[in-house]
Design a protein around this ligand. Sequence first.
Ligand SMILES: *[C@@H]1O[C@H](CO)[C@@H](O)[C@H](O)[C@H]1NC(C)=O
Ligand SMILES: *[C@@H]1O[C@H](CO)[C@@H](O)[C@H](O)[C@H]1NC(C)=O
Ligand SMILES: *[C@@H]1O[C@H](CO)[C@@H](O)[C@H](O)[C@H]1NC(C)=O
Length: 408
Amino acid sequence: MIVIIICGAAGALVFVAVIVGFIWFYKSCKNFSKRNSETGSSDPSALSKASLQQTCSNHCGSCYSFRVDIFTNYGSNIAVEWNKGAGLSSSAGPQGARQFRLEELEQATKQFADSNLIGFGSFGPVYKGWIRDNVVVIKRHQGAPREEFNAGAIYLSEIRHRNLVTLLGYCQERGSQILVYECIPNGSMCNHLYDTGREAPTRLEFKQRLSIALGAARGLCHLHSLIPPLIHKNFKTANVLVDENFTAKVADAGITMLLEKIEEAGPSQGSRINVFRDPEVEALGSLTEMSDVYSFGVFLMELITGRDEAVHIDYLRSNDSLIQLVQSQLSSNELVDRRLAGSFTMDGIKDVIKLTLKCMCFPGKRRLNMNMIVEELERINEKEMELTTVTGEGTSKITLGSELFASK
Ligand SMILES: *[C@@H]1O[C@H](CO)[C@@H](O)[C@H](O)[C@H]1NC(C)=O
Ligand SMILES: *[C@@H]1O[C@H](CO)[C@@H](O)[C@H](O)[C@H]1NC(C)=O
Ligand SMILES: *[C@@H]1O[C@H](CO)[C@@H](O)[C@H](O)[C@H]1NC(C)=O
């Protein structure tokens, strides 16, 4: 009984502290726009106003100040030269990319039987298949033969990273364009995160979510570090898959780009509002690294809330609306997933909320790049591990309470 009361009280204190930290952050970033960049190291863990300002300026110091002409200058700098990339890799020879025959893939999926259909993606229907006892995922697109498809598929299959789903091969025959991927056993994060009501999702605790966020960030970071950078363009929770050890693997990298190359009209946007899509894209006219960062921010938000954010955030256009959203969720006690109770430290969750805001802020040029996000997540992850390992899992709540008392 007493334990319940203590836990309840600690929970309430956490909630209040998160709000306070959040308002702090908001104010400091508002002030930041009036300040010039300053140097000096920063420790984001110290939650003072001054240190937050420093964090902001360290991260954003090199950004240009917001001007109206940002919209005309922005896209051209970062335009991806797909053809160049594809050309480079085909001259280097297709390492690992296998050209499948349609016959093989028909066999693998029992003539693309409905029983093997596992979903629909932006590329078309998705099938499970068996090729020599290996399970693979096969994505099929219908379209007139295009040379760009083979070149693009070869290019994409050469991008290998621990946190990216590997493209094993491709096939272009008889009006079908097919991509063959490795199968990631534990599927999409949506199944583990959203409480769909059908089956109890895995109860992923805070540290697991952190390490999944870190993995996904590393995957995106790798794409952005390529020359030329590869913008994912369709990053979302559904495209973060996990293997049996819950290692994150980003799926569908480069698919939007491939569709742009092989479809006359470009990929169809679909009628559903895409909350992962950077609202600035309409004004800029193209997707950039920073729009991937925005999408990553929405993913972080879903890791915190444990919910499909679709209904909540389709009206975001400015820092103010972002702040408003988070504030209203905080005040209705809906921001932090209840299933996380007792599995996080206050600093940890505050740092992730702050990071989320830095990924989603406006204008896009103010956002952190994926490199900085990886570093920040590594730092938060390390600190969280230290704190909860030293005190032991079950006692993290008590540590939390005493910390709060100490600072009161
Ligand atoms: C995820 O992997 C674990 C093993 O690590 C397994 O027990 C569990 O059933 C898997 N869940 C899903 C949804 O595949
Ligand atoms: C999962 O973890 C186990 C134990 O650490 C390891 O043996 C296995 O290879 C891992 N699986 C993958 C796919 O990384
Ligand atoms: C939005 O917030 C970021 C910090 O998160 C700040 O750098 C930026 O200047 C703000 N944008 C506007 C328009 O105030």
